[in-house]
Design a protein around this ligand. Structure first.
Ligand code: MN
Ligand code: MN
Length: 480
């Protein structure tokens, strides 16, 4: 009998802290040893001279999510998690969404039904709260956090989802009582509505005007407001998908004042610009997401934020909507106002390769920063560490062996999602996951991805340390 099921031999093993050359011994799906010269395995994966990183944790992606606008989420838990695996991501955290009037617990149960038997890699759930009534905040949330759903997402925009400031305070207060981590989509809904009305009155309805309807101050104002609400109740928050200078600087300023404010950004803010919304034949719709992609100068600001620690998390915000499809971007036809075009770009599979090639490969970030942004930090912030996000004895054997020699021209036909396009079509990058292990099993070998629907497991999340208050409540009179 072998001591190990698998040995990954001779790689440059990177965590968020160090890069060391060693073997990884895997037993029963977990890392059992890190040492030189390990022997005795049923299978040896030669990683000599290759970078080895923890499997990616994509803490912001949308799979099989219900919507109210007639469009359909193109990926379910099977196609989404296969696509994740082929791109080196072994944990996904999509969203169980509550619509107004619904029970949050019902939304979670419904989402489990969608995931059961479908996932190829492991998954946890965030909760989207759109109806923070006393039953939800007082009863459902505390029980759900105890059961392993310890992160909540709230929206400051989108008519069907947005909360007003009082409701946001309700959610923050509930998070403080329960230890949940709060994620915020920060854009000023009133400004967007007013600008959209004016643009439509002027006949400016093509996809590119989506960017005009959501200029950078719209994001800055809401980011500032969310941070203020967080400060008032002393509840840490994470600002999702930060796109531009102004919002990044609000976060940086809050961090400099000692507040526990976390930031996330996404590939679309490094590799797309608003010019991509102006592609001909309605193809600009392919790149419509919110906040919108900005310009070259802001791309550099976002790179700065990844380097200097403003952002802790790099997620895909994979929001899969097919393009040439009556239930996709064309749900209201190709002459409809940008207002009606479903938001979101796909990116689960390309998230890690893009950052690896353009970040690590081009010297913008080092390998430990890459691991921190794509695996370790999201695992810590959402209560999955140290089981996920690192290469350590006892951790799940979720591992990526990188093939640095592989040059890839990104083509949608190479990808495994059920979306009919990628916004990065034609982009040339260098480096792709050569082997991907999920709990010790090869789910991607560089050519073929696992089709083992149901092998992915649900992961209950702990209350994260990141969500703990600082102990400097502004309104001390509220303290018991
Ligand atoms: Mn969002
Ligand atoms: Mn999103």
């Amino acid at each position: 009998m072998s001591e190990f099921d698998v040995i990954v031999r001779g790689g440059r093993v990177a965590t968020a802290a160090d890069v060391v050359e060693c073997d990884i011994g895997i037993r029963d799906g977990r890392i059992a040893a890190l040492a030189d010269g390990l022997e005795g395995a049923g299978r040896v994966i030669d990683a000599t001279g290759r970078n080895v990183t923890p499997g990616g944790v994509d803490a912001h992606c949308h799979l099989d999510q219900r919507s109210l606008d007639g469009s359909v989420c193109a990926d379910d838990f099977y196609s989404g998690t296969r696509s994740a695996a082929a791109g080196g991501t072994t944990t996904v955290i999509p969203f169980a969404i509550q619509f107004r009037g619904e029970s949050l617990r019902w939304a979670v149960d419904d989402y489990h039904r969608r995931a059961d038997g479908r996932a190829v890699v492991d998954y946890a759930f965030h909760l989207i709260v759109t109806d923070p009534n006393p039953q939800v905040c007082g009863q459902e949330l505390p029980a759900l956090v105890r059961d392993g759903y310890s992160s909540l997402k709230i929206y400051m925009t989108y008519d069907d989802l947005k909360l007003d400031d009082g409701q946001i305070l309700e959610v923050l207060a509930a998070a403080r009582r329960t230890g949940g981590m709060v994620m915020v989509h920060a854009e000023n809904a009133e400004c967007i509505g007013w600008l959209t009305d004016r643009l439509e009155e002027a006949g400016r309805t093509e996809p590119r005007y989506h960017a005009s309807s959501r200029p950078r101050p719209v994001e800055r104002e809401a980011t500032h407001r969310a941070i203020s609400l967080s400060e008032i109740l002393d509840v840490p928050i994470l600002l999702v998908h930060v796109s531009a200078r102004e919002a990044a600087w609000e976060i940086r300023r809050a961090q400099s004042r000692g507040l526990k404010i976390f930031g996330e950004t996404c590939p679309q803010y490094l590799f797309l610009t608003e010019d991509d919304l102006d592609r001909p034949e309605f193809e600009g719709a392919k790149c419509i997401c919110s906040p919108p992609p900005r310009d070259r100068e802001n791309q550099e600001i976002i790179w700065d934020g990844l380097r200097n620690g403003t952002f802790q998390v790099f997620s895909s915000d994979h929001s899969p909507t097919r393009f040439d499809d009556p239930k996709g971007k064309m749900v209201r036809g190709t002459t409809a106002s940008f207002r009606w075009i479903p938001n979101g770009v796909p990116g689960l599979e390309t998230r890690l390769p893009l950052l690896y090639s353009e970040g690590v490969g081009k010297g913008r970030i080092d390998l430990t920063t890459f691991v921190a942004l794509t695996a370790a930090n999201p695992a810590k912030i959402y209560g999955l560490h140290p089981r996920k996000g690192t290469i350590a004895v006892g951790a799940d054997a979720d591992i990526v062996v990188w093939d640095d020699e592989r040059e890839v021209t990104i083509r949608n036909e190479l990808l495994h999602h059920d979306v009919d396009y990628t916004p990065y079509e034609g982009m040339r990058i260098r480096g792709w996951p050569g082997t991907v292990l999920s709990r010790g099993e090869v789910v991607w070998d560089g050519e073929k991805v696992s089709d083992a629907a149901g092998r992915g497991a649900f992961l209950p999340c702990d209350r994260p340390e990141a969500a703990a208050p600082l102990g400097r409540t502004v309104v001390t009179e509220l303290e018991a």
